[in-house]
Design a protein around this ligand. Structure first.
Ligand SMILES: [Zn+2]
Length: 386
């Protein structure tokens, strides 16, 4: 295809269909990385695979050279197909201007759009301002593992801008909540309930702890103007196995949706202080704290040049006004932006709608094709924001 400047519509849809056909349900992402490596290789774009685990690999690719470095990112994994589908979830099916398939929305269309934009610029031999860098990750849906690994290995160090293609549709997300998953185990000693002094009641000890934590956390009443309220929920509780036995173990899991005004560290401080207080008070209290997932909130600025460029280019391509919003979910940005200043230019802008994660997930064909144009223009106009 050397020398051609653009793929036709069917070629673009074929790439999305190929990606959807790869069952990268939080594993097997290496097949996605391999497919993209072959595709980019055909257009003389080199890639680097960063292995996360067997059969799981992130992908890094670049065009251009030097500064500024404009990073585009998406993830390879999809959630389980589940549910009742009217079509085969791994066979992309077009009906009434919509493309149905698992990952069509979240977010193989975003990944395909970025890849195609890059290929078309490369094939047209368009001069690039600095470097356009793609970071395609594993494990986004389960804890941003790939983004964490790439960040730890320095792939974000020279980044000047970050665009994540998660499914916002024709809206730009400029900030989002963090998420914290914690497990606490209480250790006791089993005994018959008629002679409880021989035992140590783990359920009671855990309840004492939860009361302390709850009293503190329920007083936290903070909200962020962009991303909304701080949220906290105990979500799983287990303990004991027989009504007439003093339980020897008990555990709780909790999830907090954090904001800058009350972040992950603030929540952990309340939990740790409560644990220390009880453990110092009486030796019967023995707790083990496990942090299962720790994704900080991402603060952004809806007036930064990147967001403004996204709005302007989005409007040029779609003829629609592109509004901004703060997200209540979390994305790879939580890991990519660790150590970056709050002013670091970042936005989430990608093809999508509310069908993500559900059965009959789809992307509008028009929106998918439009985002290829939007990404191309962003890549070409990065002197306005990078
Ligand atoms: Zn996603």
């Amino acid at each position: 295809m050397k020398g051609r400047t653009a793929m036709n519509k069917q070629e673009k849809i074929k790439i999305l269909a190929d990606l959807v056909a790869i069952r990268s349900v939080n594993n097997n992402e290496e097949a996605v990385a391999q497919y993209l490596t072959t595709l980019l290789g055909k257009h003389s774009i080199e890639t680097e695979l960063v292995q996360y685990a067997p059969h799981r690999a992130n992908l890094v690719a670049e065009i251009g050279t030097g500064k500024p470095v404009t990073v585009f990112s998406g993830h390879e994994d999809v959630v389980d197909a589940g549910g009742d589908w009217d079509t085969d979830p791994f066979d992309l099916t077009e009906q009434d201007g919509k493309l149905y398939g698992r990952g069509a929305c979240d977010m193989k269309s975003g990944v395909a759009a970025m890849i195609i934009a890059m290929i078309e610029l490369k094939e047209a031999a368009t001069p690039i301002n600095g470097t356009i860098k793609l970071l395609i990750t594993v494990g986004e849906e389960v804890g941003e593992y790939g983004a964490e690994q790439l960040t730890q290995q320095g792939f974000m160090e020279n980044a000047d801008v970050l665009v994540i293609g998660e499914p916002t549709g024709y809206r730009i997300c400029y900030a989002h909540k963090g998420s914290l998953d914690v497990q606490i185990k209480a250790k006791g000693k089993i005994a018959h309930s008629s002679i409880p002094t021989l035992g140590n009641n783990a359920v009671q000890n855990l309840l004492d702890l939860l009361t302390l934590i709850n009293n503190k956390i329920q007083k936290v009443d903070v909200s962020d103007p962009a991303i909304g309220d701080f949220l906290f929920n105990f979500t799983v509780i287990k303990g004991g196995n027989q009504v007439n036995s003093i339980p020897g173990t008990a555990s709780v899991e909790l999830n907090a949706r954090t904001i800058d005004e009350f972040n992950n560290t603030d929540v952990l401080k309340i939990i740790k202080t409560a644990i220390e207080k009880l453990e110092q008070q009486d030796s019967k209290y023995q707790f083990e704290l496990n942090i299962l997932m720790d994704l900080p909130p991402v603060d952004g600025d809806k007036k930064n040049k990147l967001v403004q460029s996204g709005q302007k280019i989005g409007k040029q391509v779609t003829n629609q006004v592109i509004p901004t919003f703060g997200g209540t979910y979390t994305t790879d940005a939580a890991k990519f932006l660790v150590g970056k200043q709050p002013t670091f230019p970042f936005m989430i802008f990608g093809p999508g709608n509310s069908s993500l994660h559900s059965s009959n997930e789809y992307i509008s064909t028009k929106m998918y094709l439009n985002f290829i144009e939007i990404y191309k223009k962003l890549m070409l106009n990065n002197q306005n924001f990078a």
